[in-house]
Every structure is written in C-alpha cells, then in structure tokens.
Design a binder for this molecule. Sequence first.
Ligand code: MN
Length: 339
Amino acid sequence: MLATVMTLLQTEHCAAFKRFIEVHQQFIIAGHKEPDADCLTSCLGAAAIVAAFHKPCFFFSAGPFKRQEIKRFEYLFPKTFPAPKPAELAQTGLILVDCSELERLGDTGYDVSQLDLFIIDHHRTSVDAEPPRFTASDCRVIDPGSPSTTLLIQQLYEGLLGRPGEDIASLLFLGLATDTNFFRFLGPGDSEVFRTAARLAEYGASPRQIYDDMSGGQLFSTRKLLGIMLGRTEQKFNGQVVYTYETLADTQQWGKEGRDSDSLYQLLLSVEGVKAVVFVRQETEHKCTIGLRSRDALDVSAIAAKFGGGGHRNAAGATTPGLIRDVLSVILDELEQAL
Ligand SMILES: [Mn+2]
C-alpha cells in the first residue's frame, strides 16, 4: 500500500492479524520511544483485540511521557521489557505499532529481534525500511496514506470484532485527532478518514470532550517558553523558512514540562509565505533534536532521514550530535536545496 490517501484494509489484513494472534500465546505490544497519543492509543486498541482472544499481553514504552494529553496513560506502560522465558520465546509475538523499526522502541534491555513481529504503522519511511528479520510479508499492515495508526487499529478491530465500546472508540479518536491536529492536516482526498472517524462518534466518542482533553490543562510555563521561542524566530530564503531554537538554559529555566512544540509549529506555519519551519533544541551538551514541519509538497521527512531520523512528508524529526548553530546551518543548506 503506497497510496497518499488512506486505503481500506482488506479482509486478508484482518485475517493475517488474527492468525498472528492465534499462533502465539502471549504478546508484547509496543510503539516508538517519545510516544504520542496515536502510538499509545494504538497499543491500547491492539490490546483490546488481543484480549478478545483471551490471551495475555504486556505493554512497553521507553517514554518519556512529555505531552499533556498522554500523561494519563503513563502508568499503563512499563519502561522495562518483560523478557520471555526461553521456552516461551517462540510463543511470544511482538506487536509493533506506529513505527516499523525495532530501534525506534528505544532501550528495551532485551533483544527483541528474537520475537515474531507484526507491524501496524502509517509512516512513510517505514515502507522503504529494511524488513525486520522475522517479518513475513503478511505480518505487516502499513499504510502511509492513513493519517494515524489508530485508523488501522480501528479497521482491524471492526473487521475482527465488530463495534468497539465507547472507551475504545474514544481512545482511537484521540489518536486520530492528535496525529491530524484535529483534522486540520487532511485534504480533499481524505473523505474515507472522515467516514471512519464518523463511526467512532457513532460508537460514543465525543469530539468536543476529546478536543478539550487535548488542548486544555497547559502549564503556565509552556506559554512563557513559547514567548521566548517566538521572540527568537528568524526568517530565511525570502521568508520561505522560519527557524527558532531552544537552548539548555531555556530548558533549565522552564523545564521540560514547559515545552509545547505543537503550538509553536502551528503559530510559525501560519506565517505568510512560509514553506517550512525548523526547530532545533539542544538536548545535551553534545546532542540536538531537530523538528521539521512543512507545507504542501515540500518533503521534510527526506531531510530528517539525512540525520538518521524520519517521519511524514510534512512533519519529521531527528536526533543528531552537535550544537544548535552548526545543526541549524546544515539543515538550512538542505532546505535551500529542497526549495
Ligand atoms: Mn502516528
């Protein structure tokens, strides 16, 4: 599946997932490190499917649980990996959601490549990714046209079990809503997304309540740090690129709790004539994280990939060694070529 719009899952996708559940006795369900709501609610949705087959599953997330809307899930996701006993190895299935590379799990403290793997993901970069050693072709449900992993989970749920309850519907809606910035990233070809989301409202998910959960409850420090980031923003290439950065001193003053990159991107992407937004944060003395957002056809996932990162066409990121000014200058060079 390589379409740019969502492709409806076929019965063979559901059958493949069912078979994976049937041939294993227990499951580890995990998504990428630095999880977002799509990642975590996809784990919970996958677990609900597994539970219907009366088989145990264990969650794992390397964390950290930074975003306000995912804090309430943190207690469900241990940061240590339940290593299966040797006798259980062949009977344990790893269900990987919202990413396709085992490295994206973060530090599991355990060699997960020994486990049979089923991937459910919607990342563009995952299509080209080297298939993990134990992945058979029918152990992947990957649709880069799907704006969230929860939409894939929803289709698997509906296909295998029918109508989910209000609790699962609300979780899946939250994942979809966060990955689409409450549907604002969707285009005219995305009608199927709305049809699928409409069913979640039918099952009892409340868009109003979920928007409140997503957007409310921000700490005062997040507004103060946002002010600093905005004050520091510069334009480049006739205003086609805007960039800003967060220093170690900023983090010290306002804390990691003060971060609200989503609002920052939203405000900067709204600048007249802008095509890309660059945000670089000094994470440690020697390491930066890069956040990239773009409009329309400009593919920032290709740029993130050059730094060992990835993501989507219009939203991507990476972690790289270096200092802010050096990292910035390389990214700006890359962007100049891409423009
Ligand atoms: Mn996602």
